[in-house]
Design a protein around this ligand. Structure first.
Ligand code: AMP
Ligand code: MG
Length: 205
């Protein structure tokens, strides 16, 4: 497969949106690291992410959205989740919530929960809006390699494996998103990241 590396423009984002709608993979910048995206409700497309990365199928993916209304078919939203979304979205906070049936098992690794996030990077936002699809996206590296903050590393790992990489310059956080679970009776912090424990506690106690 020939891999195109294009700067983020209206044209390249429109191409990216068409590829995603067609079930293909596109790498794009976020404020944490570069993501490797696929249409989250298309199981076949999501399987492509695991193949391109060499990622074990039991490692669930984060679903990226640009508008909260997209969550309706993805997860059950609760009061605490809404407070965190108000405070930290768009931004580097991933929230785990009870999933809905429409989400393919490939995304959630067959768990009864799903991870969701709204990224703040303008290119990620523009792409999510252009395709208007929920996009499952782990970091755009081969499994076991560092998460890429620069498009050069994305190209090194994904050349020949995906049709398109959108260049949006360096990712500025370089730190992965904080992951918090609000799915059970008790909330629990699953991964430290851009949003600190103190910042979370200031909002939900
Ligand atoms: P990555 O996309 O590589 O940054 O990894 C996403 C991480 O989010 C996974 O490795 C899990 O640690 C976490 N995650 C995603 N979905 C779930 C879920 N449903 N339950 C618990 N953790 C999750
Ligand atoms: Mg990763």
């Amino acid at each position: 497969m020939n891999t195109q590396l294009l700067p983020a423009t209206d044209e390249s984002l429109a191409l990216a949106a068409r590829l995603l709608a067609d079930g293909q993979l596109v790498a794009f910048p976020t404020e944490t690291v570069y993501g490797l995206g696929a249409h989250a409700m298309d199981a076949q497309a999501v399987l492509g992410i695991f193949a391109a990365k060499g990622r074990p199928a039991d490692n669930p993916l984060i679903v990226h959205i640009h508008d909260r209304s997209q969550l309706e078919v993805i997860c059950e939203v609760n009061e605490q989740a809404l407070r965190l979304m108000d405070a930290f979205w768009p931004g580097p906070l991933t929230i785990i919530l009870p999933r809905k049936d429409a989400v393919p098992d490939e995304v959630t690794a067959r768990l009864d929960t799903v991870a969701v996030r709204m990224p703040s990077h303008p290119v990620a936002m523009a792409l999510l809006k252009a395709c208007n699809l929920p996009i499952a996206a782990p970091s755009a590296n081969r499994s076991g390699k560092p998460s890429p903050t620069s498009v050069r590393y994305v190209f090194d790992d994904m050349d020949g494996r995906i049709p398109l990489i959108i260049d949006g310059g360096e990712s500025d956080v370089g730190l992965e998103s904080t992951v918090i679970s609000l799915a059970g009776d008790r909330r629990c912090s699953l991964r430290p990241g851009g949003v600190t424990q103190a910042m979370l506690e200031a909002v939900i106690g």
